[in-house]
Design a protein around this ligand. Structure first.
Ligand SMILES: [Zn+2]
Length: 535
């Protein structure tokens, strides 16, 4: 059996190895013990009009998530385009998927969601998606594992029908144009919508100037539906990400995750935390955020003129900067060292990403092998596994059956000395879309000790001193073949930030603050805001 947890955060909670880094001591010293759990509550497979088998989707999710809601596309009241031949295929695949769900899809979905639910380890929720040109697309997330599919004539009708049940109805891909499935803040319902999805494969809706513009054929990004637009209008909500993956790969790396700050990984603890907006968004890497003002954590609302701001961040790689945003403007930017510190002794505590892929072949390369240390130990492993890069159905893959097969990537075992992997890669579909797979090893090892990768009959190695100095790559069978990349090791001095400041200048009746973190590799995290009333 594994004795390092290979999924969720890379914090180990096993008794077999001492906890080197326990977030509960790192975070919220004044609060009850809390942890960070990562999940995906908005993603699709061939249960409706995505690709990939539902069971493979659950299996893929279990490898790297703490909680999951697989999300059938369920309804589209007022679906447009019945008279527009341009939209005929789009209307067809939606209509067929909705009918299939009502035929025998829903009972299968509920049964499998229940089957995979494992309190404390991998918590599953029932959800479904409603499309709407007028109100924007929403996901209904249910507490109950017996939740029914509720038919609705509009998003407000759905909210009304669910208002006496334990359910949340939350918008996504909010930056699209209002009236064309973008978000309409005027219809925001604070009691049923504790959080909004600001990042997925569709793009980022922090504001209109952020990285990750919308590139899907649903159109460009606008300011109106974004997070900052909503906050500046005075609405109070948490923010999160989920993949909106359409190839049956929930949690697919780089497509967005929801982080929940909760006491334990149980349905009740997660639900209570979500209801309090104790959530945040990461685009890819499981960046850990602790953001407090006085006694409040992210998502909370407090009062006071003196604001003691404290933040701790643990990235998975070199942090570029952290911004504290106050009322939509940059309050402070915290920069980090751009290279590893030199005076860290011989025993190096670092994170090293090992990435697999490239080559020119569209057929899957099956990587089988292990990563091993010659000396020292592996403290944790964090998978960065992704599915195929689909954001909508692929006409070429759909016949009477889905021709697409999900390749589930796995960490087969992990000890303090080595980890065995079973992963699949293809060529990158274009030069800005990655199809690589990776793991991040947190290690403690002497500078001369080696990290050795043995895969598919080839072995490559680098010692820690080399890894501190740079990134190295190796082709498996020569130029244009698949390759393996040892990324530059990141030490604590470049992946951790601990910062405090005090703000005693209230600006408005209620000021809002949030933080955003950028890693140099382009991964981001966005906290939910803290609201402080000026009294
Ligand atoms: Zn969706």
């Amino acid at each position: 059996m594994n004795f390092l947890r290979s999924n969720h955060t890379n914090i180990m909670r096993t008794k077999l190895l001492p906890v080197i880094f326990c977030l509960s001591t790192f975070i919220f010293a004044q609060k009850a013990e809390r942890h960070i759990y990562f999940g995906d509550i908005h993603n699709h497979c061939n249960l409706t009009y995505g690709h990939g088998d539902m069971r493979d989707a659950f299996e893929a999710a279990k490898q790297q998530l703490d909680f999951l809601s697989l999300t059938p596309h369920a309804m589209w009241p007022g679906m447009p385009g019945k008279d527009d031949p341009r939209l005929a295929w789009v209307i067809d695949y939606h209509s067929q998927a909705f009918a299939r769900l009502r035929n025998d899809g829903w009972p299968k979905y509920v049964a499998m969601t229940k089957e995979y639910n494992q309190e404390g380890k991998f918590v599953t929720f029932i959800g479904f998606e409603i499309h709407s040109m007028v109100y924007g697309d929403h996901v209904a997330l249910n507490y109950s594992l017996e939740a029914p599919l509720v038919e609705a004539s509009s998003v407000p009708d759905l909210i009304d029908k669910l208002k006496n049940t334990k359910a949340f109805v939350t918008p996504h891909h909010m930056g699209y144009l209002e009236g064309y499935r973008g978000y309409k803040w005027r219809s925001f319902n604070s009691s049923m919508t504790p959080f909004v999805e600001i990042y997925s494969r569709h793009g980022l809706a922090e504001d209109d100037l952020s990285d990750f513009p919308n590139l899907h054929n649903m159109g460009p990004r606008n300011y109106e539906g974004t997070m900052v637009s909503g906050l500046n209008k005075g609405y109070k909500f948490g923010v999160m990400g989920s993949t909106d993956q359409h190839a049956g790969y929930p949690g697919s790396y780089g497509d967005g995750l929801m982080a929940v700050i909760a006491e334990e990984n149980t349905r009740d603890a997660l639900w209570n935390a979500i209801a309090k907006r104790h959530v945040y968004c990461v685009t890819g890497d499981k960046i850990k955020l602790d953001f407090c003002i006085n006694d409040a954590i992210m998502g909370d609302e407090i009062s006071g003129q003196k604001r003691n701001i404290a933040l701790k961040v643990e990235g998975q790689n070199f942090i570029d900067y952290v911004d504290i945003i106050k009322n939509g403007k940059q309050y402070t930017r915290i920069n980090t060292p751009t290279i590893n510190a030199e005076n860290i002794g011989d025993s190096v505590h670092a994170k090293v990403k090992i990435e697999f892929g490239w080559g020119k072949e569209e057929a899957y390369i099956h990587w089988q092998g292990n990563l091993k240390l010659s000396e020292g130990r592996i403290i944790s492993i964090t998978p960065c596994f992704r599915g195929a890069a689909y954001t909508s159905p692929q006409k070429s893959q759909i016949g009477t059956i889905d021709l697409f097969k999900t390749h589930v990537n796995r960490v087969l075992s992990c000890t303090s000395k080595q980890t065995e992997l079973d992963i699949y890669t293809t060529t990158n579909p274009n030069t800005v879309t990655s199809a690589t797979q990776a793991v991040i090893l947190e290690v403690k090892m002497p500078r001369k000790a080696k990290l050795i990768a043995s895969f598919n009959g080839k072995t490559f190695e680098h010692n820690m001193q080399e890894l501190l100095d740079g990134t190295y790559s190796h082709f498996m069978i020569g130029w244009l073949s698949e390759a393996i990349q040892f990324h530059r090791a990141a030490t604590e001095s470049v992946y951790k930030i601990d910062y405090k400041t005090t703000d005693d200048k209230p600006e408005k009746t209620t000021d809002y603050y949030y933080i955003r973190v950028r890693q140099r590799d382009g991964n981001w995290a966005f906290s939910s805001p803290i609201w402080v009333n000026n009294k």
